[in-house]
Ligand binder design. Structure first.
Ligand code: NI
Length: 178
């Protein structure tokens, strides 16, 4: 069990397209365990491998409410096969500090992927699950939900983020000195 540091926007690591997984062995299993631990600890409903600095096409998702039993969905090399409809909903991201915004997504998606052992999966998802899948697949393509918001909102956010990061650095310095 290992909780990893989550890479934060605007780190360029988040902008790189991830590579297809070709080996389904112990390393992949370890990565998926770490991703799940990191996501549940955050807590979040989804996490892509590049959010912990691993350049691989892997996402973990769990949209079940915290008080219910965990239902981890692991998608390796996921791809959207088909999409339909439209939904608008509030999104946030573990890599994007203190921002949530309304984002337009497809209402339904049909995806294919592989599981932890490399077995093919095909599934339909709608509403929240479809939204989270689209958000996580965006990550694998180097895209973030802030790309879906207006330029004006984004520039306001960048200013706010600069302040937050400066304040955090200030705290780090203080912590180190005590
Ligand atoms: Ni995210």
């Amino acid at each position: 069990m290992a909780i990893k540091r989550i890479v934060k926007y605007p780190d360029p690591v988040l902008r790189k397209k991830t590579k297809q997984v070709t080996e389904f062995g112990e390393d992949l299993q370890k990565l998926i365990e770490d991703m799940a631990d990191t996501m549940y600890d955050a807590p979040g409903v989804g996490l892509a491998a590049n959010q912990i600095g691993e350049n691989q096409q892997v996402v973990v998702i769990d949209i079940t409410p915290q008080e219910e039993e965990k239902q981890l969905l692991v998608l390796v090399n996921p791809e959207i096969l088909d999409k339909e409809g439209e939904q608008i909903g509030e999104e946030g991201c573990l890599s994007v500090l203190e921002l949530s915004a309304k984002v337009k997504r497809y209402k339904k998606v049909c995806i294919k992927a592989q599981d932890i052992d490399g077995k093919p999966i095909q599934m339909d998802a709608e509403d929240l699950l479809a939204r989270v899948i689209q958000h996580e697949l965006d990550h694998l393509h180097g895209k973030l939900f802030v790309d879906h918001i207006s330029t004006l909102k984004r520039s306001f956010y960048k200013k706010k983020l600069k302040k937050i990061l400066q304040e955090q650095q200030g705290e780090d310095v203080e912590n180190k000195s005590t």
